[in-house]
Design a protein around this ligand. Structure first.
Ligand code: SER
Length: 587
């Protein structure tokens, strides 16, 4: 008999099991990746381990496991069915150049059979079929067969199903083998991956290759294993539930929504959908607000995702008849469920206050906005009106698109985008669709841009003669750096020139970049720059560039400024009241 487990039991059993296989348990990292500017949120357990997958030595050794809090923004609009979530927890075990396919598959099998007590007959697996770049993964299939998985239960699938990474254009990647559990009554003899009753519960990725920028795959010297098991999904299948929202993870949240709305979850499909959206989105909002970065709702980046989640939950609250403000009350049901994340209890007031504040703001405009939407929509909604709904009524464009879809009409999104550009209010593109997941881009180019950002931070204070200038945000990809800072006005042409000249002078002085670890208080006392409002660990790394700049940072950086190349500012603009943004490149 499959072992019926609750969330905490599964997590403990998993970590205990891998501990018994000499894995060291690491804590869940922040929801905001520290070293990866290419994504907004941590999307998988491997994310915080990227430097170690790329060869850096992990202080705890070569065998690591944890449960990681994750957010996947591409799923926001899919939430409402039985299985989609924005926030979820991922169990993971990693081999950083230690064991490979055999042990990885054997461990998974042992955990499923011995600990979760899943009969072998209910399992099936998929392996990589092979293509021009990499051969068929007969090795994994052979290991499964030796363990007693019948050939009929092994499917060989294409790259889109059985390959993971690289997340950006280049980096480690490899074939994976996915493990499926049959959720129906009588398990068919043959595994057919299209049958929805076969639910994927575990993904073992064998990071065996490196993809370079010409699209060529070469064997990696350090072969890694990266596995991921979704907690919500696994708990549902262990409890024989097709609806993740009926598990112990969600029941108290659903009950809170029932109490507030006076409706019952099972009343209708429409109510179920609304309650799932509210439960998922408020749970995600609680974790985003409770994260150490203290993100608050806004019109850019993480804050925009948070705003979308809260506002979509409010709209669905209205659909099930909740008239009063309610999101903080749902959050009060979420926080005690996750006592193993102490940050939530610690930030309780911050979480509840920010939910209340955001709900107050949106409550003032949602009814009028909905009326306006119905007034405006003719056959289709033009971009100017979609922008009006955003600008004056606080409807994120995704909400307008969802409303339009419900009414069977189209929105002129190109026109909306060009309206938006005109107003230069928000960068929606940054809220999603950047890169799906994964590997930090620690390329040589981004490293040069990282160090250039420190020079820029310092040069701004010097050239603009304002010591109060602080970093308000930074984002680096392989093309350019982007740096936000507080300053009340547009920069003059000659000031931009002067900043560039100063930075290029420092580059040509061949200053050494030196990293030192120290306590946060020592770092601040030594004059190191810190990002305003950011939270730091007790011990931080301070990067000094000659005598010119000192800044708390996790890197990576070049060793000497001469490696940066020529620095050039390509844009200077305002992004919010009192906040300027510079984009720059190194050539
Ligand atoms: N990184 C892989 C995934 O996200 C395995 O954890 O599925």
């Amino acid at each position: 008999m499959v072992k019926i487990m609750e969330r905490k039991e599964l997590i403990d059993a998993y970590l205990d099991f891998f501990k018994s296989k000499s894995h060291k348990i690491i804590p869940s990292s922040s929801l905001v990746p520290e070293n990866d500017p290419t994504v907004l949120f941590t999307t998988a357990g491997m994310h915080p381990l990227v430097p170690y997958l790329l060869g850096q030595k992990h202080p705890l050794g070569k065998r690591i496991c944890n449960v990681q809090k994750c957010i996947r923004t591409q799923d926001i609009e899919s939430v409402g069915d039985e299985v989609h979530h924005t926030f979820f927890e991922m169990l993971g075990n990693w081999s950083l150049g230690d064991y490979f396919k055999k042990e990885s598959i054997e461990y998974s099998y042992e955990f499923l059979i011995k600990i979760l007590k899943i009969p072998k007959e209910k399992l099936a697996v998929s392996c990589f079929k092979g293509d021009a770049n990499a051969p068929k993964d007969n090795e994994s299939a052979g290991i499964w067969k030796k363990l007693g998985i019948s050939e009929k239960r092994i499917a060989f699938l294409e790259k889109e199903d059985n390959w993971w990474g690289p997340a950006g254009n280049t980096g480690p990647c490899g074939p994976d083998t996915e493990i499926f559990f049959y959720t129906g009554k009588k398990t068919p003899e043959v595994f057919s991956p299209k049958d929805k009753k076969w639910v994927e519960i575990w993904n073992n990725v064998f990071m065996q290759y490196n993809k370079n920028k010409n699209g060529k795959y070469t064997e990696l010297t350090q072969k890694n294993v990266d596995t991921g098991m979704g907690v919500e999904r696994t708990i549902a299948v262990l409890n024989n539930l097709s609806d993740n929202y009926q598990t112990d993870i969600f029941l108290p949240i659903i009950q809170a929504i029932e109490n507030i709305s006076g409706k019952k979850y099972n009343e209708s499909e429409e109510i179920k959908k609304a309650m799932r959206i509210i439960a998922d989105h408020i749970r995600a909002a609680v974790f985003i607000l409770g994260d150490k970065h203290q993100i608050t709702p806004s019109n850019i980046e993480h804050g925009y995702v948070l705003r979308r989640l809260i506002r979509r939950a409010i709209r669905y609250g209205r659909i099930i008849g909740i008239k009063n403000e309610f999101t903080d009350k749902i959050a009060e049901a979420v926080i005690p469920l996750y006592s193993d994340y102490p940050e939530l209890k610690k930030s309780r007031k911050f979480i509840l206050d920010n939910l209340k504040l955001e709900e107050e703001k949106f409550s003032n405009t949602i009814e009028q906005g909905l009326r306006k939407f119905h007034q405006l929509k003719g056959k289709n909604l033009n971009g100017k009106d979609a922008f009006l709904l955003f600008q004056s009524y606080g409807f994120p464009i995704e909400m307008t698109l969802e409303l339009a879809e419900e009414e069977g009409i189209k929105v002129n999104i190109e026109e909306y985008e060009s309206e938006l550009k005109k107003h230069q209010e928000l960068s929606r593109t940054s809220s999603e669709g950047r890169f799906k997941s994964g590997l930090a881009d620690n390329s040589e180019k981004t490293t040069r841009l990282h160090t250039a950002t420190h020079l820029l931070n310092e040069a701004l204070r010097i050239v603009l003669k304002d010591n109060n200038i602080k970093q308000k945000g930074s984002n680096i990809n392989s093309e350019r750096l982007r740096f936000d800072f507080n300053f009340p006005r547009k920069l003059e042409e000659n000031e931009i020139k002067e900043i560039e000249t100063l930075i290029n002078k420092k580059i040509s002085e061949s200053l050494e970049v030196i990293k030192e670890e120290m306590s946060i208080s020592k770092a601040i006392n030594s004059g190191a720059q810190a990002e305003f409002g950011a939270k730091y660990p007790r011990i931080v790394s301070v990067y000094a560039i000659g005598n010119f700049s000192r800044e708390i940072c996790t890197g990576p950086h070049v060793k000497n400024t001469k490696d940066i190349g020529h620095f050039k500012i390509i844009k200077e603009e305002g992004v919010a009241a009192g906040i300027r943004r510079i984009k720059a490149v190194v050539e």
